[in-house]
Write a protein that binds this ligand. Sequence first.
Ligand code: 5AD
Length: 383
Amino acid sequence: SQASAISTCRKRRSATSLKEILAKEELTHDDLVAILSAQVGADIDAIREAAFAMAEREVGTKVYYRGLLEFSNRCRSDCLYCGIRRSNTRLERYSLSEEEMVGVALRCAEAGYGSLMLQSGERRDEPFIAGLERVIRRIKRETRSPALPDGLGLSLCVGEQSREVYERLREAGAHRYLLRIETSSPELFARLHPARQRYEERVDCIDTLSDLGYLVGTGVMIGLPGQTIDDLARDILFFRDRRIDMVGMGPYIPHGDTPMAGYAATFSLRRREQFLLSLKMIAAARLALKDVNIAATTALQTIHPFGREWGVRFGANIVMPLVTPARVRKSYQLYDGKPCLDDAEGACLGCLADRVATAGREVGLNAWGDAPHWGRRREAPVE
Ligand code: 5AD
């Protein structure tokens, strides 16, 4: 279990004090384990302060928005943890029209969000890809304004695709792509996915996206059944080795209509611990990766009412206001307890600006807020 994994790691902690670790420029696997295993209040405070300062040094004092538009829940994949997996018949499937998506994008641009993320279940059929290409082109064209001369910055989160498809979508105007590895442990990955969804293919997709010039994001779920602190430390090294530009991570939250629903029973006992671990992961990622973008995700807010603010305090610099039309939100539940299901559209906006201010940062409006890491990586490629 998580608890025993944590105590084993604590025993293994070396003589180096946490303070020394937090002052280092390059963190090792053992350093990451020490950070992730910290339990004492003063240690957690020190980790938070170091990560918050590192964020300021490397990416500045602003937090940027990515409006999150969940435009379709149709999915060919069958991930065992996910509420919109193909085998779940207990939800209505939907796809938003091009018109509606462009409308949402225009409202985001008017509200000063510099960026939009288009997320959906995974589909590879030509009508889906061609439709997505079309809507990307329209959004890029129609959201141009004096305040945003190149239109909204577009991020995609539409799963594993062929190189050709990634090329087409990049060409259409999307410049960022988020594809979570979910866990960098091949064994754990295999337990969470049907056999036809392969770890190696996911990694290949991430490398292809990098190769094509996307600003590439990946991430993991935290608190998965069977996941250890060692796994999580390796996840961060995976991000570093693959020269990832952005990270989106959040707690794993069971969904009642999935094969992993049973895990929910013992779950509530561990919520506090899982929340803290999620924050330590954000801080560890910030300290190890430095100039990347890190999101304080919705899942983080799901397990704590001020989860996103805490994420920002621990080094995150991206928040993702939900801009999915209210009428379909309940059909896009990857996990139980997703917040804002009943909020009116746009309600997230004012609410989030205040939340960011509470965390000691300001919102960067009308700007893309790309991670500095992306430019540096392209200037200095490794062979
Ligand atoms: N709990 C937390 N995150 C989840 N995701 C999917 N299902 C869950 C869950 N039950 C995350 C995955 C995926 C992203 C879109 O949502 O990490 O990559």
